[in-house]
Design a protein around this ligand. Structure first.
Ligand SMILES: Cc1cc2nc3c(=O)[nH]c(=O)nc-3n(C[C@H](O)[C@H](O)[C@H](O)COP(=O)(O)OP(=O)(O)OC[C@H]3O[C@@H](n4cnc5c(N)ncnc54)[C@H](O)[C@@H]3O)c2cc1C
Length: 516
């Protein structure tokens, strides 16, 4: 096995998991000289998951990402580790069980530090029939959860909430009615999951190369262009195309229907600083909801829309439309005492879902995407295996399936993927995490590495926000951050509030100047 994780690096960072500028230069050179068994295109959750699975099974691996880890859709999600309630509503029991199983793996073994239980409140104010249906769905979800390994006891069960419970959980909801509470998993931060996966892959010897764009594949020869200028041609026995909504550029035969999902960023006190996710159905729908999701930084993300996107997928980040903003505010306002207005929106973000069009479907862009299955696709085209679709929550299962296919193509015995038993960097059982000597906020982002981050500086990046300069330094020294955008938009999420980002830029620039 190439380089199982090593520990004992400076400040508690496992040596092999630190992504540094020096390591990037060395890995790039070694990739050019020696090639690899598997070259993964795309450093989102899918690509990082494949790189980890392949490296942990003994393959030599390079992960090439054109921008930065989590630069694409993987940082624009709702940050939920779904147990598959939505799939149950569509009668897809297999997908629901897979989601529930993967949620239990993440919460119990691989990333307990990054995922927390989150209550979802469906208030009667949204309609008694709505909360009753949610209660039924929640009970079915509980049954599925209890049927998968590690699921029993991992979350509280669905229950009726009294009027007092409703006011305690989401004080901004109109008083006078009760509701239903069901539970699911919430990621501290989706981008952190991706960075953690990539670093764990690096600890197994994967060459994690950001700022490296794959421009073409010709047999075993893979062409790359580098962010610093220049190009290279390297050799890979197999290429795994995990480029998300951009996958068609390397695999024109794959049919995708990108769909935009948008969120608004609000101050949590506008909803009374909720401790539960307020859940309100879109008018006329029984399976699509708007969620007001509480975040650790005193913010709430209000999402989520589902808008088909026609035409070529641009490289630039998508933006919510005015219509989506109105839809989100209008839906949640149905149950609030004091309605939200566009003046309450302090930030907004959108991402494109890489939805796979079934081979049988005749539909094309422009048709409804909300009911398209979230199943993933594995598709071979010469030496290129495209893996696309699915969900962030089920990245591990997708990755394991992709690496099974790679090993079979390489004529090597697949064995069983070890990744469901493999804690990611910083992971520890809940009891051990409670004993980590560092602020709870850092433990929720860095797990057992939190003390190392705390030692690098506690002063805030921006007054009134919790992120520390130590986090920025850690990002440069151990997490492969190379630019201001890496620091503010991915290693931290200060950039989600544009006003705060402006104030943070000089601090990020100073850290980069001092640490690189
Ligand atoms: C609004 C929204 C909310 C969502 N919420 C949830 C949720 O709560 N829970 C959940 O489980 N799932 C959720 N999803 C789904 C989930 O976010 C996606 O399925 C997942 O992030 C896709 O990851 P990916 O790695 O396949 O793609 P991406 O994250 O887009 O990664 C692809 C990467 O490839 C890189 N790339 C592209 N071309 C090249 C090239 N030629 N060379 C090198 N690199 C390249 C890109 O820069 C990018 O970083 C949500 C999706 C959206 C849009």
């Amino acid at each position: 096995m190439p380089g199982a994780p090593t520990s004992g690096g400076t400040g508690g960072v496992p040596c092999g998991a630190a992504l540094t500028p020096a390591r990037r230069a060395r890995d790039l050179q070694l990739l050019t000289e020696r090639g690899v068994d598997v070259l993964v295109v795309g450093g989102g959750v899918t690509g990082a998951g494949v790189a980890l699975d392949a490296a942990a099974r003994g393959l030599t691996v390079a992960l090439c990402e054109r921008t930065d880890l989590a630069a694409g859709t993987s940082r624009w999600s709702s940050k939920l580790v779904h147990g598959g309630l939505r799939y149950l509503a569509h009668g897809e029991l297999g997908l629901a069980r897979e989601s529930a199983r993967e949620r239990a793996v993440l919460m119990g073994v691989t990333a307990p530090h990054l995922v927390r239980p989150l209550p979802f409140l469906v208030p009667d104010a949204a309609g008694r029939d709505v909360s009753a249906l949610a209660g039924l769905g929640g009970l079915l979800g509980d049954a599925v959860r209890r049927s998968v390994p590690g699921g029993r006891g991992s979350l509280p069960g669905t229950a009726r909430a009294s009027g007092a419970d409703v006011t305690r959980l989401v004080p901004g909801v109109r008083p006078g009615g009760g509701g239903v509470v069901f539970w699911d998993g919430q990621l501290t931060d989706d981008a952190r999951l991706v960075v953690t996966l990539a670093r764990t892959a690096a600890a197994f010897g994967a060459r994690v190369l950001t700022g490296v764009r794959v421009t073409g594949v010709d047999g075993p020869a893979v062409s790359l262009t580098l962010a610093e200028g220049g190009s290279a041609v390297v050799r890979a026995a197999v290429v795994v195309n995990a480029a998300g909504v951009w996958s068609q550029r390397l695999a024109p035969g794959v049919r995708l229907v990108p769909s935009r999902g948008s969120h608004l960023v609000l101050r949590a006190d506008r909803l009374g600083s909720p401790s539960a996710a307020l859940t309100v159905p879109l008018p006329g729908s029984r399976s699509r909801y708007v969620f007001a999701l509480p975040q650790p930084e005193g913010l709430v993300y209000l999402g989520l829309t589902d808008e088909p996107v026609a035409g070529a997928v641009p490289d630039a980040d998508p933006q919510p439309s005015a219509g989506e903003v109105d839809q989100l505010l209008g839906t949640v306002n149905r149950v609030l005492v004091t309605p939200l207005t566009s003046a309450d929106v302090i930030g907004a973000f959108a991402g494109l879902r890489p939805l796979v069009l079934p081979v049988s479907a005749g539909a094309g862009p422009g048709d409804s995407t909300a009911d398209l299955s979230r199943k993933h696709l594995l598709h071979w085209d010469g030496p290129v295996l495209t893996v696309v679709g699915g969900k962030l929550s089920t990245y591990r299962a997708m990755a394991a399936e992709a690496v099974d296919a790679v090993l079979s193509r390489l004529g090597r015995g697949a064995g069983r993927s070890p990744t469901d038993r493999l804690p990611l960097v910083g992971a520890a059982p809940a009891g051990a995490l409670r004993r980590v000597a560092a602020p709870g906020r850092l433990v929720a982002r860095y797990g057992t590495e939190a003390p190392a981050v705390a030692r690098l500086g506690a002063e805030p990046v921006v007054d009134g926000r919790p992120e520390t300069v130590g986090e920025l330094r850690f990002a440069v020294r151990a997490e492969g951050a190379r630019t201001v955008a890496d620091l503010l938009d991915r290693r931290t999420r200060i950039g989600l509030v544009p006003g705060d980002r402006v104030r943070a830029v000089p601090v990020a620039e100073a850290v980069l100047a001092a640490d690189t």
